[in-house]
Design a protein around this ligand. Sequence first.
Ligand SMILES: [Mg+2]
Ligand SMILES: [Zn+2]
Length: 273
Amino acid sequence: MAGTLIVFDFDKTIIDCDSDNWVFDHLGGTKRFDELLLTLPWNTSMDKIMGEFHEQGISIEKVKEILNTAPLSLHIISAIKSAYALGCELRIVSDANLFFIETILKHHGLLDYFSEINTNPSYVDNEGRLRISPCHNFTTSSHGCGLGTCPPNMCKGIVIERIKKSMLKEGKQRIIYLGDGKGDYCPSLKLSERDQMMPRRNYPVWDLICSKQHVLSAEIHGWADPEELERVLLRLINSNSTSVQLISTDATCHAAVPVTTHEPLPKVLNVTN
Ligand SMILES: [Mg+2]
Ligand SMILES: [Zn+2]
């Protein structure tokens, strides 16, 4: 499936938690983070709290140790390795940060399976403090997306538009996009009929797709947990865009099933729960 590009969100998609929450919760910073959020955007609050942890003597090694305990299912590891072995190109588009993502992927031996990680830049400075900056510097200008579901520091839709522009040159025919969050809605709108959107059922992106289904061109294939993610993803990879698709959806979201008219065989609606 050399023509397939798979784009993964990271938090609550590859790992089964939010990496930012995982770190500050385990370092006793939950309450402090909520305070910071009263006056600062999420991304800036994350940079600030990492600075405060550093001042308290919490080392970057300790942060790594915590990141390495973030839950990552064997089904996800298997899905990533199988997709790669089948010739797909794998990328990440995430509102976490590069240090967290690389640390976790390295720990599970997965980093080399990904050709690109689009996220908030971060690095460990000379003093051993993690610095996190926004993917888009919103203090000088807005990223310009008016959808209202993207945070000021990152519009994943803009990233997907850039990827789509370069796809033809690279001989890629379709994108399979997997995500759970509000920020994954904007990129889902940039996908075309030949692409496939895999929203996590009953998570924010799913609710948004269900409520605004008329604007999505891509096929929608829901998943609820890592086991189902693996199953659905491998089925999509092994199918091709002109064959009959089994549209997995939730009984409460019938409206999100795209109407396809080009298929030579009867459409099958597979309600999985
Ligand atoms: Mg997510
Ligand atoms: Zn956007």
